[in-house]
Design a protein around this ligand. Structure first.
Ligand code: SF4
Length: 228
């Protein structure tokens, strides 16, 4: 019998292909690793459009790592003023630029270990820099990837670092590049945090969440009609 489990390795490539068909193209504000890093540091709990605009403002004012390392806190704060947690993030982006300048002569390192040494940079941000900045295969688990992975049944953990390891073992490496941006768009359009559009979703037959919901509805119907 053919399995339709989402976490069956045999189905993973097909699921990704089906998700891709429903995902609009992703907008990348930057491809330069330094600006990918700065944008991602600012992205937590902030809409993409707001983050992109703030990062573009910093880029136009400071141009590069060297420029940002010399920035005044108040000036950065003004430029990024619509970003969530702006006071923390203003300090973080200046600190990151200073750190890269002092330790790497403004070259962004190309490994998770070195990237996560930067204050405010966790595995998610490091993986975004590797994949979107350097084109190195990596899987960044943000809120969209975490939510969708749990719903499909790819991960049963709410810890993004654990989910990342599960995805790394489940998904063929050749599909890692571009996976995060594609799932972000799928998460905004179809598998939304509230009110996922399961009825329109290409991958419902593989999705653990969908099957559980369906089972509950069927049981409720049965109990209402009194039939077994
Ligand atoms: S079926 Fe629903 S919960 Fe499952 S992936 Fe699709 S939209 Fe998300």
């Amino acid at each position: 019998m053919v399995s339709n489990r989402g976490d069956d390795k045999a189905n993973v490539s097909r699921i990704i292909e089906l998700m891709e068909q429903q995902s609009p193209p992703h907008h990348f504000e930057f491809s330069d690793p330094f600006w990918v890093l700065i944008t991602t540091i600012m992205s937590h709990r902030t809409k993409d459009e707001v983050t992109d605009k703030a990062a573009r403002g910093l880029y136009e004012r400071y141009h590069d790592c060297n420029g940002l390392s010399k920035a005044e806190y108040d000036d950065v704060l003004t430029i990024i003023n619509k970003v969530g947690f702006k006071t923390v993030k203003a300090a973080r982006v200046i600190e990151a630029a200073k750190y890269l300048k002092n330790k790497y002569n403004c070259q962004v390192p190309r490994s998770i270990e070195e990237l996560t040494e930067i204050k405010g940079v966790g595995r998610k941000t490091a993986n975004v820099v590797l994949s979107d900045g350097f084109g190195i295969p990596a899987i960044a688990v943000d809120t969209h990837v975490q939510r969708i992975s749990t719903r499909i049944g790819w991960s049963d953990s709410s810890d993004p670092d654990v989910t990342e390891m599960k995805l790394r073992s489940l998904i063929p490496e050749k599909l890692w590049l571009g996976l995060n941006p594609m799932m972000v768009e799928f998460g905004k359009k179809i598998c939304r945090p509230v009110g996922p559009k399961c009825e329109q979703c290409n991958i419902s037959e593989y999705c653990k969440f969908f099957k559980t919901q369906k089972k509950k509805k069927d049981e409720m119907k049965k109990s209402q009609t009194g039939k077994n």
